[in-house]
Write a protein that binds this ligand. Sequence first.
Ligand SMILES: Nc1ncnc2c1ncn2[C@@H]1O[C@H](COP(=O)(O)OP(=O)(O)O)[C@@H](O)[C@H]1O
Ligand SMILES: [Mg+2]
Length: 462
Amino acid sequence: MEKEVIGRILESTIHNARCEFSLGAQAGDPVTVKVGDTEFKARIDQLETTPLLGLQGWIIFLERPPRPPRAMATVHRGVVDMGGILFFGHDYRGNEVRFNVNPLFNHLLLVGMTQRGKTHGMLVLLEELTETGVPCIVFDTQGEFINLPEARKNSIVVEDINIMDLIAHLQMKRTIVINMLGLTNSVKASKFAALLTQFTVEKERDYAQAGNSDQLLKIPPTLIFVDEAEIYAPKVGVRSKRYGASAEAMTELAMRGSKLGMGLVASVQRVNSLAIDVRDNCNSVAAFRVIGRSNRMALACMAFFNTATLDRLKGLMKGECLVLGPLAGGSQTVKVRDIETRRAKNVNFEEMLGIVDGEATEFKPSIVLAEDGSIVDRFTSKVLATKTSRILDEDKRMFEATEGDGVLIRTEQLPDEILEEIRLQGKISELQGSGLSFETHISDEEQSILKKLREGDDRKIG
Ligand SMILES: Nc1ncnc2c1ncn2[C@@H]1O[C@H](COP(=O)(O)OP(=O)(O)O)[C@@H](O)[C@H]1O
Ligand SMILES: [Mg+2]
């Protein structure tokens, strides 16, 4: 079968190659390149469009060829073959994305602003790992993992556990969720420190008694999940003494854990608030959407992120992430799959404050698509965005359905007087850098109009 040609090599080493691509190519696409008679798997890593040269970029070899392919060799579209067993989600073409377990023992960091899907992503991994018989210890910072046993039977929830019981459960390939909801951060941190330190000691003993024989190990390889890891291992400088022990325990895990069959899966909102040795020992990263210049700049402290990868983060929707490193065999954009575990109900502050039937819910700003393609406010007929006005790529993503009928509108495009009006009518939910967000409520019909806007973005996924 003739494979589709999607590019040509311009210059190459045995690690990566600079290529020109035809228009359908996307960062993250699997490709193959022939060297001699053998095909080698690679993945498109970065792409840039230049007016003079068209679409160019880099591929990274996933299988190392014996010598670089010659210049002008063709690059063919490959198949997604992660070969893994952990079903994590789909790529933008709808192909399943599966991960191997091994890279998790060299640690995974999930990073992204709140409400982007980090905890959800960790739950997906836990559902898959429990199916596969890989035991995990989950430090459940906010009580968000406590429903896992409803969905997966070889898992349990505890509030306290001693080290011997913990090990006994792990030996039965059970995942243990340690629910810490309701504790203060410093109590969470000292619980974490105590348990992880004891576990590390037991692991070291186990490796010592087993000598060189893996068969003699009594404690199975274990993955340790830590949601909101910056609580336990804040960066030196912002860390108070109380967090010294937990930070040290997590640093030990990140630096030496893989030798002892201990892997870390941690989430953080900002990579630069995490202890540097933890951050830098995570070989794979799952990055969710990040807005705001300062948040994006913060990511640049990790070698994973350059201008091209940071740009790719702008286009992500809730529940989508860019996975980088050995877990993804290079880089892979994923729409994370649904979970079977029940999530805790979303908190409704209006309900809690007793203003459900008050004015707050009366307000219904409306946005419609005018015939000429402009977006206008239905009530005031004011034009919010014209078809001809330049909408930045990022702004195309500003319309985002949230649960229920809510919608987030993020824009830097609105003229001052309209801004003021929305400020009066609506609720500003977020102020970030120069970008402003507004929370409004709109109908299904309006949502579909907004969706149309999104479809203009060719980096759309799924
Ligand atoms: N891939 C996804 N599919 C469906 N819903 C998702 C997905 N990712 C996140 N969500 C929903 O979005 C909300 C925020 O996700 P969460 O994982 O709690 O974010 P974070 O941990 O980054 O703050 C939750 O209500 C969750 O159910
Ligand atoms: Mg979370």
